[in-house]
Design a binder for this molecule. Structure first.
Ligand code: NAG
Length: 280
């Protein structure tokens, strides 16, 4: 390599280095949509999300059509019948609608996306840490309803095209089927959610309900858990916040490019003297 070429290479490396320092690499756990039945491939703005799904309109994984369908009984989304043990009261149903909006629309569930071998979706969510209030209000508003099952994902009688209580099951009060809020939030969708004692606004739990005027609070929550997951890929439990911080502090291009750039530049400086910098 000639002098000019080496100087040029050094410069290019420095520019790459600066760029990688200011623009962190895109994290595959952040701002993503899961590969499921109705999700868009990438999140983006949606002008007219319906009703309770509207908080996600600035950046959503659902289409306007999905957001409208999320509010219907027996919608084309999953043909799911909320009223399998009599009519579900609206104060209870609004939580199921909100749960559907979060599932279909949120671009902040990346850290909990799990691969599944299923006929109708390739990815699901597992152990999303739901804020205490969201879980407790859901349970409180539904506790006068009745149901025949604690896991609403599986085991229904689909013979008529919609879910009905399986033979031999009986409709019982919610409080018997789900004695505590934790039972409802964790069992109903086979551990899609994890009950937590974290509060709304703590930055440590996912909110089903939020006021979009103050932004989407789940963005920072996903960032926090994505970082936590990277520093302990084996699992997100039992991790001390300091573990892995040193390794994660510098993006890899810095670690690789910095020594190269320094070697190239310093060789030139040594052999050519100070005037070599004039061409930089
Ligand atoms: C959404 O799309 C489906 C399938 O194309 C259609 O059957 C349904 O009527 C649409 N719903 C709304 C609310 O537009």
């Amino acid at each position: 390599m000639g002098v000019a070429a080496e100087m040029r290479a050094g410069q290019v490396l420095l520019v790459l280095l600066a760029a990688s320092a200011v623009m962190p690499a895109k994290d595959p756990l952040l701002n993503v949509c899961m590969d499921a039945k109705h999700h868009k491939t990438k999140p983006g703005p949606e002008g007219t999300l319906h009703g309770q799904c509207a908080p996600w309109k600035d950046n959503a994984c659902c289409t306007a059509n999905t957001s409208s369908e999320a509010h219907k009984d027996q919608s084309y989304l999953y043909n799911f019948n909320w009223n399998h043990c009599g009519v579900m009261p609206s104060k209870c149903k609004r939580h199921f609608i909100q749960d559907t909006c979060l599932y279909e629309c949120s671009p902040n569930l990346g850290p909990w996306i799990d691969q599944v071998d299923s006929s109708w979706r390739r990815e699901r969510i597992l152990h999303v840490p739901l804020c205490k209030e969201d879980c407790e209000e859901w349970w409180e508003d539904c506790k006068d309803y009745v149901t025949c099952k604690d896991n609403w994902h599986k085991g229904w009688n689909w013979a008529t095209g919609t879910n009905r209580c399986p033979w031999g099951s009986i409709c019982r009060p919610f409080t018997q089927v789900f004695p505590e809020p934790k039972d409802l939030c964790e069992k109903i969708w086979s551990n899609s959610y994890k009950y937590t004692t974290e509060r709304r606004g703590s930055g440590r739990c996912i909110q089903m309900w939020f006021d979009p005027a103050r932004g989407n609070p789940n963005v920072v929550v996903a960032k926090y858990y994505a970082w936590k997951k990277r520093s302990s890929p084996a699992g997100m439990e039992n991790v001390t916040p300091e573990a892995g911080k040193a390794v994660c502090a510098l993006p890899w291009p810095v670690l690789v490019l910095l020594p190269l750039a320094l070697v190239l530049l310093s060789e030139r400086v040594r052999s050519c003297g100070p005037h070599a910098w004039g061409s930089l």
